[in-house]
Design a binder for this molecule. Sequence first.
Ligand code: AMP
Ligand code: MG
Length: 414
Amino acid sequence: MIEVDEALRLIEAAAVPLPPRRQRLLDACGFALAEPVVSDVDSPPWDRAMMDGFAVRGGDVAAAAGGVVELDVVVDLAAGDVTTIVVGSGGCARIMTGAPLPAGADAVIPVECALDGTAATHAGGRVRLRDERFRPGQHVARRGTAFQAGAEVLASGTVLGAAEIGLAAEAGATHVVAACRPRVAILSTGSELVPPAATPAFGQTRNSNGPMLAAAVRLLGAEPIPLGLVADRPEALRAAVAQGLAADVLLLSGGVSAGDLDLVPGVLALCGVEQVFHKVRHKPGKPLWFGVYRRAAAPGTLVFGLPGNPASSLVCFDLFARPALGILGGKPRDAWHLPRARARLTAPAKAAADRPVYLPCRLAGPPDALEATPLPWTGSSDLRGFAGANGYVALPANGKVHEAGTEVDVVLRP
Ligand code: AMP
Ligand code: MG
């Protein structure tokens, strides 16, 4: 049995960033570019009207010196319309936001500035306009002022959030070269397990770990590959593990403790997965197993044998699998570590005598005055206490009751 920090160190030593991959833009959401995005167009691509109104020649308006200008509407332009008509002196275009400015025009007067009921004037009519705050070039986004064709709009290393994805799309990048979302196979082991849709018969247990782990993986932006259930039979388990080893990470749950049918470590060994450690001194989740499946040419598969009890599985995922997924996904080494902080207990919390314990809690208050309320929790098979938990109270192995008001270590869960 090893300590939590040692387990983390071994996991971090085994985890290597996946090679960047050319992928669909949206698949790279949340991950860093490995090559810059270069635009194939100017932005705006042409002089674009930014208001609904009338496209005018600034000279005509200047000549009116703040007074009323009366102009002939020579063309109607909605977004998407183009014209070869040139706006000459004394003319204007009725124009909607997003339309290209016609040749000759260089500013837009908002429709609200039309006088004497002329706001609805279309091509062929005359409009009377007064814009007391008129500035040359107003309400026009000029071609190429945001960026120009050939410009690097996103540097290598940029993490793709919503704005960056939008910008890349505007720049014509349907695919990007970026760090990849780790693909995470999830396999629930146990002959007693039935799918969530089934009503469990006496002795059966619903597979809650499968959906829970898939959700945890998805929330990180990695890609869950649910492999479903497998019974505690070596041959069946071996076939399912072989399938899971095609992924970047294999998360198994169940079958890693000391029972007669805890077959997972043995089957993993038969499948060629090298054990790195088995059992960590913490609670819940002591039976955690970790190993690596190495391949000649490609990166290996990290294999986590998580305990079957759902709360133990979740804590092990949070503490150990999460940071590994971050490293695989090309994140800074501790990016996906759950952050730690100090908080004041609002109710007593009891430490275990033999191992550090992680108790589900509700954290509230400002970062410098956090309060931790332990949630009612009956033990490692009980997920109810974890629903709504946004942290763990992390207590050292001293068997003490930590009274309300004492300051303790906490782990923040997003
Ligand atoms: P094990 O680690 O296989 O000894 O399982 C420990 C406990 O967790 C047993 O009560 C199992 O029935 C339960 N368990 C195992 N796998 C799951 C799962 N996927 N979902 C819910 N409970 C599970
Ligand atoms: Mg089992």
